[in-house]
Design a protein around this ligand. Sequence first.
Ligand code: PMP
Length: 357
Amino acid sequence: MVSLSDLPLRDDLRGMTPYGAPQDAVRYALNVNENTHPIPEDVARDIVESLARAVLGANRYPDREFSELRTAFAGYLGHGLDADQIWAANGSNEIIQHVLQAFGGPGRRVLGFPPTYSMHPIIAAGTGTEWVTAERDAGYRISPETAVAAVERTDPDLVFLCAPNNPTGTPLPIETIEAVYAASRGMVFVDEAYAEFMPDEVPSALTLLPGRERLIVSRTMSKAFAFAGVRVGYLAADAAVTDALRLVRLPYHLSALTQAAALAALRHAPEMLAMVDDIRGQRDRLLAELPALGYRAHESQANFVLFDGVADPHATFRALRERDILIRDVGLPGALRVTAGTEEETSYFLAALAELG
Ligand code: PMP
């Protein structure tokens, strides 16, 4: 085998690091913000029956427009959305890729506010889009003034916002989204992968969609819906945006099996989402108990908590790994991130951390 540098690879990809969260088989995998609750058995049975029917038709290409699924997502999201305002893909990572393929690309730039979701710059690089950044305020917040100054300085073709933000959990004020939209000429992409974990009174960016044809709100079934293994993400935007995405997607990108599984899960949305309240409870428990162990926990509206004050994050990460717990070193000084799992997982994690002293 030759090395990568021997291949006629695109110059702009040289030196890039691929996404690489560890996938070790551990008892307590709390490192990629999955929903650690298993899918309820009766729902799983219904999904399997739907899959069986889809398999019988698998000699034919699937519905390229995934019309039923779009209608189901519009119904799930509410806010008066129509099916033609919905787009779906294999995870919200592919949603991000479609958006960057259509609205980014060589000679264009996307503005982000690190620390933020690590795939935003990686997919930007993959699509040849320049990734430009601006700093957050104290506590990882982004005020409308900070955001507008960044837009004016960088004049981006796209702005990527993450609400709540990964890896920090920080809420994003709706006023910041409104201000970014008003100040920019390009697309404004709000990644709401963790929206279902926000407090009920926090408005989604979906409320801003009417009259804002450059606004995109992205969601996923990977987190609250416990469907990370199936790979289903979706977005809501003006119907013209979905017309744009149709230009870059591969035909039949959503398999018949994916469509069938997602539709079946959406029919059971209340049961699938039943664990969201428990998870919020475990997150709030982490927020309350980490300070008692001497750490500073950052405010979080997601299903994970970033905590700092860790003397040696690598050492703590390794010591927890030896206890069969995987959490995430997100590369922030003195900090680690942990997913809020089941009550038992949270208890085990907190006890292990307490033992480390
Ligand atoms: N956006 C954010 C903010 C995320 O944290 C993640 C996954 N960690 C994703 C998008 C991608 O999720 P998926 O592709 O599974 O939908």
